[in-house]
Each structure stands twice: as C-alpha cells, then as structure tokens.
Design a protein around this ligand. Sequence first.
Ligand SMILES: O=C[C@H](O)COP(=O)(O)O
Length: 250
Amino acid sequence: MSAPTSGPRTLLALNWKMNKTTTEARAWGRELAGGFERGDVEVAVMAPAISLPGLKESLPGGVDVGGQDVSAHESGAYTGEISAAMLRDVHATYVIVGHSERREYHGETDAVVAAKARQAQAHGLTPIVCVGEGLEVRERGEQVAYTLAQLRGSLDGVAENVVVAYEPVWAIGTGKTATADDAEELAAAIRGALREQYGELAAGLRVLYGGSVKPDNVASICAQPNVNGALVGGASLKVDDVLGMVNALK
Ligand SMILES: O=C[C@H](O)COP(=O)(O)O
C-alpha cells in the first residue's frame, strides 16, 4: 500500500527522543545515506539539539533535521534552554512542540506550547504541534473533544506554517497502535479545526499520526485521507526500520 498521491507531501518525522550520542548520530546519518533513495516521502530527523551541528551533512540529500523542543523566549537568562535562532543556525527546519512527554514531565500547558510554536515560526521553523488524549479520556470516549480543545489552545496565535501530530498517549512506546480508523477519526476532526482557524489553507497542512508506528503499519495509517505522515519514536532509532518505513510509503 502506498501513500496517497493527492494532498500535502507525506512527512516521516523521526523523533529520537533522548537517544544517541553525537558520534552515534553522525554514524546513523552515514548509514542512512548508504541505503536511502530519495522519493516522494519527506524525511526529517528530530535529534537531540547537541547532535544537530553537522548532522545534516552526514544525512542523505533532502533529509531535513529539526529540534525536539524550543524555548518560548527569544534569548537571555533561561539556563538550559535552546532558542529558535540557535536551532535555525544548525539548519533545523522543524521543531516538535508540546510532545506529551514535555506536557507530562515538564508541565507544559497549551499556552506554553502555543508560545513555543509562535517563537519557532518567528525564526522560520515549522513547529510540529503534538496533541492527543490519555487512556482514561479514550476509555470515556471523549478523545475528539479533548484533543480538539488541546489543539485550539496550542494553536493560539500560531500561523499556518504548522504541522499537527496526533499522538494518543496510550499508544506511545507501548506497542499499542491506534487502528487506522482511530487515526483517521482524529485526523479528520483535527482537519476540521484547522479549517476553522486557517480556512482553505487547512487542506494543504499536514496532520501526522504518532504512537508505535513501524514498517509494518506505517503504510495503512498514512493511506488514510486525513493522515499525511507519521511521527515516529522507537522505530526511528534503527536505520533498517527507517528504510523499511520509507520503502513502505513509496
Ligand atoms: O514522538 C514520537 C512518539 O512519541 C511516538 O513514539 P513511539 O513511536 O516510540 O511510540
């Protein structure tokens, strides 16, 4: 099964999370370059910020790099934070904001996520805004209302240069993947909310699914009408799995 031929270009966004040293990151890039054939699918590697300098040079041509988080502030006394300008300076084109791990472990609210997304855009980065419900919300059947409320808050004042990733928290790193129908239900609802905010431009925006995506399920999920790619954690760490996903989407 291949990715849809109409609509925005499919994006395979790889989130390494807190994995790989800088040395390992460059070796991974060279290994990918050995087997990667550029096709219709866009690939972007969201590496730890410390590994971004030089990473793009080790990757095959056309593969983008991005950050996993960004400061909401321009610059200054914010110890430990990485600014949008710093990410741009090392060739990042994307940055993840509002990942559920940031929301859960670092207390990031929708307002903070929106501020980060706006700051990213101010420096020419495309934010990948993550939303999605936890297990209790899913079990109550309230996943659409919950996710759309989170989305609206997280897109407050955010311009249309944005990617949305729907990641049900119960499917992240658990091996429990949402069905393609579950992914499409939320992706369609998200598309509707994007239409309210951005009008006709919403049709060209990418809505990704994330949560235990791997080579054997990526194609069926990305074949859904409103799913335009995937945000991949665990299966992004091995080059063979990434090549398997790219090939599955051809
Ligand atoms: O950012 C990626 C998501 O959290 C999904 O992670 P996973 O593919 O390991 O489930």
